[in-house]
Design a binder for this molecule. Sequence first.
Ligand code: B12
Ligand code: SF4
Length: 560
Amino acid sequence: MPAEQVASTRLVTLVNPNFVWPAVTPYALDILCTHLETAGFDVDVLDLTFRRERWRLDEYFAAHDPMLVGVTLRNAGSVQPQEQRVFLPDHLGVIDAIRGLTNAPIVLGGAGFSSMPYAALEYFKTPFGVKGPGERILCDLADALASGRSAETVSGLLLWDGSTVHESAAAGSAAAAKAPAAEVATVYRRRSGVSNRVDNREYYERGGLGNVLTKNGCPFACNHCVEPDAKGSSVTLRTVAAVVDELESLVAQGIYDIHTTDSEFNIKPEHGKRLLREIIERRRGAGSVMRNLRLWIYAHPVPFDAELADLLVEAGCKGVSLSAEHMCRERLAVWDPPRGRVGLAYTIDDVRRVTQLLAERGIMVTTELLLGLPGENLQTLKQTIDESLRLPTTVIGYTLGLQVFPHAPLGIRFAAESAGRNVIRGLQSNTARSEIFLTPLDQCESMVAYERQFWFDEADRLRPVFYFSPDLPEDAETIERPNGQWVNTIRWIRNYVPKSEHYRVALPTLAGGERGESNNYADNPFLQQAVALGYKGAYYSWWRDRNRILAEASAKGITA
Ligand code: B12
Ligand code: SF4
């Protein structure tokens, strides 16, 4: 349907094509649904996560004629440096199927989409896309379609016109269209067992976690990270009452283990503390359901004080995934403050202090370390592993290598250095057939072309770009080859970490590696077996018991 035509209904259909298990609640659809309902639209959610084999889209579209279809693309890929799996073709399959069943225009959004929105819109060939928070723009787009207003009036909207992608002509900045000025008081409606809505309880039963957002965006600029760009670099807080009401509603539905979906819970520590105090207050009420709450958060090593740790424990926080990234980051070239912005400056002392604060209070901790960044060599690897193993953590996760995204500082830097003609040592892709060159944005013919080169080669074949430090113990031939794989280093890490520590570490594994050992969440057989057995909470709370859990699954005939 052309964007200008007045739609016959006010129905918006929201689709979740995420086929990754253990399943993660498509929270975005609850947020978008709440806003659309409040704005007076009819909404249906078509959640395909538990319908991997049979989507039943034909049944739905035979009976419904929406004016707009929104598709959420949470993950563009697994971002796992050994597996390097890309989900774009799977998503295209769903989008093509929808296109075959309805004339309604399709709008895309989600964190995966937002990490490469121009290239993604061109790849999927849908008319509309939204980078970053989508609630306001989606409602405005639905209103435009319903009233016959041009989509060009929708501020912040991306449009694909059949040959190029451009931002709408509407006045006003995209950032303003996305982020409200004040704290957001909307309580997102979280439901269970309601047809054509996200079934939060089913996700909890089959995925082991619920989720909640306390704030959106990240003001920092860590070199490897997509989030300030994809989610927003200014932080939008939600009111304490809205978040805690939502938590209460989830807990009342029997969803007790809830993971925050903030980039980092503690980037606005005063807001976090207010929130925790309110949770504590409600837990004190006689017979409060909130006493069942078990909270799991992502946090950075700074800012983090003892008061925050005390409040967390009292509020029912069971685990913290500490984004420590590296133990000797000051020695790595990658941590130079990017583009004049503030990278988070923490030291190994901060990591030790926070881990200790949490361990003393009985809160589980996992530190997730990124190995193989620029400047990494055997010496920094050893130091990092040694330091990390001294921490009193529940689990330590090691990832070797990282995906290079077009708008992450590292991607921008590599494109500048490559200048379309220089080979950057360490850049590789398992599917590369020729040298990888990256061209900076100002030398590309369009934003589409700039973003595309991080995902596709010159022949339009999928070729996500990854980086592994060339100063690691690999053969010269591996490092020179555009598809060389840093196998020696993985073996080295696995040998270097003492066997006595293996129970509490998640090591990088070779693709298709050891059963039950993979540190990749996506379609992880062990995690799927654990949740099928009924284990709840963040994975690191039962990682140490994985041999026993695998044996239990095997005894009960539970396979992934
Ligand atoms: C918490 C989290 C996890 C937790 C989830 C726990 C839970 N129960 O929810 C765990 C650890 C399990 C996890 C796992 C994975 N994660 Co994760 N995760 C996150 C995190 C921090 C929050 C996700 C979230 O729910 N956000 C809140 C929701 C509301 O935001 P949102 O989905 O982005 O939606 C907003 C907008 O995007 C937009 N929008 C969304 N959809 C749509 C649709 C339309 C039509 C429109 C208009 C707008 C729109 O509007 C929404 C509301 O504002 C994000 C980073 C981040 N800060 O968002 C990474 C992130 C999404 N994860 C990522 C990845 C890669 C994964 C894994 C694949 C990792 C792996 N290899 O195993 C798995 C996938 C699991 C799965 N089944 O899908 C990447 C995706 C990167 C990419 N470019 O594709 C991210 C961005 C992290 C990163 N820095 O790279 N994850
Ligand atoms: S790693 Fe964390 S603090 Fe750094 S930019 Fe990403 S989300 Fe922000």
